[in-house]
Design a protein around this ligand. Sequence first.
Ligand code: ASP
Length: 429
Amino acid sequence: MTRTRARLPLHTRIFIGMIAGAALGLLANVTLGGSPLLKGLIANVTYPAGQIFLRLIFMVVIPLVVSALILGIAELGDPRRLGRIGLRTLAFTLILSASSVVIGVGLANLIKPGEGLSETSRAALFEIMGQQEGGLKEPPKPKTGLQIVLDLIPENPVEAAVNAMRGDMIAVMVFALILGVALTMLPRERVKPLLAWLQALFDVVMQVIDLAMRLAPYGVAALMFTLTARSGWEVLGRLGLYMATVLLGLALHQFGTYSLVLRRFAGLSPRLFFKRIEDVMVTAFSTSSSNATLPTTLRVAEQELGIPRPIGGFVLTLGSTLNQNGTALYEGITVLFLAQFYNHHLTLGQQVTVVLLSILSGIGTAGVPGGSLPLVSALLVTVGVPYQGIGIILGVDRLLDMCRTVLNVTGDLAVAACVARAEGHILKP
Ligand code: ASP
């Protein structure tokens, strides 16, 4: 029995935790709903257990955002690497990321997967997901356009970091961005120690997330129990609609946008392209990691598509960390879904912020399983949605992660094919 459990992959155990937590929660809801026993169980056992898991992730959000963004910009801006090919890569990356987020945000507005939750469920949700600890706050006083711009630049980055989880996250991101740009303007030799330090910080933070993820099966079970014991089936129905929205968005971008771009800019038949990159898609789906898929992506680019090795090597390596279309699309939908869930209206301006930050988050997301989760919390904070809400989507995240990673790597290959064609190379017919 123990041996079988040890052999189950983590994502299967997370899934089992989700189903078990949700089923037991529903059972408790039906049999004990509203009783002091159930209230006590939630308040003293399942709620704190879920929070321990979430807090392990939240506590590394700031070091992660700072190190990932600075490293991302530094990598992108390395003058030795950024020439015409680099600029073309950047242009295609930005266009594809922007269109993916627009699809995501558009669908979330159209389908509204998180809307229509009953008042009872919403009240329960606030209690569970810790409104009292940094959830929805008093609506901030309206700011003038100029003040909004000024507030993007922190007077004191340490103060911005302290207040980051209460809404100053964007100032922290801007600080990291400016530092990253400044770093690329100096000779590499001078900034090498800082880069090495940031890389080490990034690695350590990812290790903390890895440790937290080992607790995920139990944390997710506790969160799901708390949620369904309080609000019954309703939340699960919304979650199903949210997943359907993400999957629809991913499919539209994968087969719609990429097909158009490939035909127009790479002169490739989309049908042939998808057939030839099957290995890459399967590897991405099963590993949930763009980085782990990179060797396969490099091989397929050269052997199956005929992308010259120097171009493939450059564009795909960079893309495996910087070009994350699937992730950006998913982030846009997730933020809107949770905002709808909490009945937190996002203005057009805030939705534009979501789009821009989702593109930026694509740059900061590590190409590893669940790499985008801390950045989603950062995005939620920025638009004033309770970041504890990610507890709601964690149970289903792995499946969505597998699917969005397929898009991430397909996007890298699409960019590589377009850049190769723009450089005058004819790809395999
Ligand atoms: N797993 C994704 C990747 O490796 C990143 C994420 O969206 O979490 O591309």
